[in-house]
Design a binder for this molecule. Structure first.
Ligand SMILES: Cc1cc2nc3c(=O)[nH]c(=O)nc-3n(C[C@H](O)[C@H](O)[C@H](O)COP(=O)(O)OP(=O)(O)OC[C@H]3O[C@@H](n4cnc5c(N)ncnc54)[C@H](O)[C@@H]3O)c2cc1C
Ligand SMILES: NC(=O)c1ccc[n+]([C@@H]2O[C@H](COP(=O)([O-])OP(=O)(O)OC[C@H]3O[C@@H](n4cnc5c(N)ncnc54)[C@H](OP(=O)(O)O)[C@@H]3O)[C@@H](O)[C@H]2O)c1
Length: 428
C-alpha cells in the first residue's frame, strides 16, 4: 500500500522549493519529486555569462535572504548555490532522479507514475516544472530546407564555438539581446525581431529598477499584458546595437537552403540561426488529465486548475503577475497556492469523515434490516406456537415463548437505537 501524501510537488526548482517552504508551515504532509540529481532547477543550464536582472535584495525566496551585498547583481552560479542552500537549510523532503511521467486521478486521489517505475499517491498535486524544458521553436517558412545550424537559446552556453560565423538571432527580448551582444564580440550577428526592441533602464536615480517596480506596485500586476518583457539595460546594449554589433533588422520572411531572405528580398547566407523566442509551460505529464488547453497551457486561475480539483501550479509565466516566474515573485504566488491547498485538503478531510460516518450508518442499517427479517420469522414462529396451543389445548413450550419474546424486545430496542442515531446524524 502506498502512503497517501496531502500534496506532491513536481519539480524542485525555485518554484517547488518556495512551495515546500509554505507547505511545511501549513503542516501538510508532502514530498517534492525532482527529475534531476539536485534541487537547483534549470539555473545550471543557463548560459555561462548570465547574471540576474535584479539585485540580491530583490532575488530572495521566502525565509532566506540571497547572500552577499544586497545591491550586487548575482551571477548564475550564485543563484545555483543559493537554491542548493535553500533546500538543505529548510530540510525539504525532496526525492531526486525521479521524473514524473504521468498523473492519473482515481476518485479523490492523484496517482503519479515516474520514469524509474515508482508510484506515488497524493490528495493534491502542485506542478512546478517551469518552462526551460520546453523551448518555443516557431515554424518559419522554408525552415526544413535550411542546411545550416539551428539552435534555441536554451542550447547556448558560450561564444567560443561560434568564432567568425555569420549568425542570425530571432527575437528581440532579453535572451536575444544578451546572447547577440556577447556573440557580436566573435562573430557577425543580426537580431531579427518582429518589433523594435523595447528597453527598460536597469537603474533609475541610482537604484535598481525593481526598487521602483516594487514601490509603484507594478511588479504585482500584469502590466505588460501579453507583450514580451522589455530588455533590462544599463545603456550598454542600446549602445552596442547603435554601433551595429549586433545589428538589428525586422524579421526575415523565409529560409533558403543556405540562409534567409529579408523583407526587402535580399538573400543572405547564414551559418547559424539561434531562436531566442522564449519558452512554453513544461507540463507533458499532465496530458490526459484534462488540465491543459490545445496548446499545452494550463487551464488555471491564480494557480488553481479550473478543470481538475486538487491540481495547482506555481511558477507559470505571468501566473498572477509579471514577477510570477522570478526569484523575487514566486514566493508570494506559492504562499497563495498553499493557502488554497490548505483549504482544499481541509474540505477533503471533512468530506472523508462524512463519507466514513455515512458508510458506518449504512452498515448498521443493513445489519438491522437483517435483524428485522429474523424478527418477522420469530413472530411467525410464536403465532404458529400459539395457534397450536389453541388448537390442541396443550400449552406451547413456555421456554420457547419466553426466549422469542425476549429476543423480539431486544431487536425492537435495537431499531429504536438506530432510528435515534440516524435522527442525530441527520441533524449534525
Ligand atoms: C535564460 C534565463 C534567465 C533568467 N534570468 C532570471 C533572472 O535573472 N531573475 C529571475 O528572477 N528569473 C530569471 N529567469 C526566470 C526564472 O527565474 C527561471 O526560469 C527559473 O529557473 C524558474 O524556476 P522554476 O522552479 O519555475 O523552474 P525550473 O528552474 O525550470 O525548475 C523546474 C524543475 O522541475 C524539474 N522537472 C521538470 N519536469 C519534471 C518532471 N516531469 N518530473 C519531475 N521533475 C521535473 C526540472 O528538473 C527542474 O529542476 C530566467 C530564465 C531564463 C530562461
Ligand atoms: N537574467 C537575465 O538577464 C535574462 C536573460 C535572458 C532571459 N531572461 C528571462 O528568460 C525568460 C525568457 O526570455 P527570452 O528572451 O528567451 O524569451 P521571451 O522573453 O519570451 O521573448 C521571446 C522573444 O521572441 C520573439 N518571438 C516569439 N515568437 C516569434 C516568432 N515566431 N518570430 C519572431 N520572433 C518571435 C518575441 O517577440 P514578440 O514580443 O513579438 O512576441 C520576443 O521578442 C524571460 O523570463 C526572461 O526575463 C532573463
Amino acid at each position: 500500500m502506498n502512503r497517501v501524501y496531502d500534496v506532491i510537488v513536481v519539480g524542485a526548482g525555485q518554484s517547488g522549493l518556495a512551495t515546500g517552504y509554505y507547505l511545511r508551515q501549513a503542516g501538510l504532509s508532502f514530498l517534492i519529486l525532482e527529475a534531476g540529481d539536485e534541487a537547483v532547477g534549470s539555473w545550471p543550464y543557463f548560459y555561462d555569462s548570465l547574471s540576474l536582472n535584479s539585485t540580491a535584495r530583490y532575488s530572495s525566496l521566502p525565509g532566506l535572504p540571497f547572500p552577499g551585498d544586497p545591491d550586487h547583481y548575482p551571477v548564475r552560479d550564485e543563484a545555483v548555490a543559493y537554491l542548493r542552500r535553500y533546500a538543505t537549510h529548510f530540510d525539504l523532503p525532496i526525492v531526486t532522479n525521479t521524473p514524473v511521467d504521468r498523473i492519473e486521478r482515481k476518485g479523490q486521489l492523484f496517482h503519479l507514475a515516474t520514469a524509474n517505475n515508482r508510484h506515488y499517491v497524493a490528495r493534491a498535486v502542485v506542478a512546478a516544472t517551469g518552462f526551460f524544458g520546453r523551448p518555443h521553436m516557431p515554424e518559419i517558412p522554408g525552415q526544413s530546407r535550411y542546411r545550416g545550424q539551428v539552435l534555441h537559446a536554451a542550447d547556448y552556453r558560450r561564444p567560443e564555438p561560434f568564432q567568425g560565423q555569420r549568425i542570425i538571432i530571432v527575437g528581440g527580448a532579453n535572451g536575444a539581446v544578451q546572447i547577440g551582444t556577447e556573440l557580436a564580440q566573435v562573430a557577425r550577428v543580426t537580431l531579427a525581431a518582429r518589433h523594435p526592441i523595447r528597453y527598460l533602464p536597469q537603474r533609475v536615480l541610482g537604484r535598481d529598477i525593481h526598487f521602483w517596480l516594487t514601490l509603484s506596485g507594478l511588479d504585482r500586476t500584469q502590466w505588460l499584458n501579453e507583450k514580451s518583457p522589455p530588455v533590462y539595460d544599463t545603456g550598454a546594449y542600446r549602445a552596442a546595437i547603435a554601433t551595429g554589433r549586433p545589428e538589428q533588422k525586422p524579421m526575415f520572411s523565409h529560409f533558403t537552403e543556405q540562409g534567409v531572405v529579408w523583407g526587402d528580398g535580399r538573400h543572405e547566407a547564414v551559418d547559424t540561426v539561434i531562436f531566442a523566442t522564449g519558452y512554453q509551460p513544461n507540463l507533458p505529464y499532465l496530458t490526459g488529465l484534462g488540465a491543459l488547453d490545445s496548446r499545452g497551457r494550463a487551464l488555471q486561475r491564480k494557480g488553481a486548475s479550473t478543470s481538475v480539483p486538487g491540481l495547482y501550479y506555481v511558477g507559470l509565466m505571468r501566473q498572477r503577475s509579471v514577477a510570477s516566474a522570478t526569484l523575487r515573485g514566486v514566493g508570494s504566488d506559492a504562499k497563495m497556492v498553499v493557502n488554497s491547498l490548505r483549504h482544499y485538503c481541509h474540505t477533503q478531510q471533512v468530506a472523508r469523515l462524512r463519507r466514513a460516518r455515512e458508510m458506518s450508518l449504512a452498515r448498521q442499517v443493513r445489519i438491522w434490516n437483517a435483524r428485522g427479517n429474523e424478527l418477522v420469522g420469530l413472530i411467525n414462529l410464536i403465532t404458529l406456537a400459539l395457534q397450536q396451543q389453541l388448537a390442541t389445548g396443550k400449552p406451547a413450550a413456555p421456554k420457547l415463548l419466553g426466549e422469542a419474546l425476549g429476543r423480539s424486545l431486544l431487536v425492537g430496542a435495537g431499531f429504536l437505537g438506530v432510528g435515534h442515531a440516524a435522527a442525530l446524524y441527520s441533524r449534525s
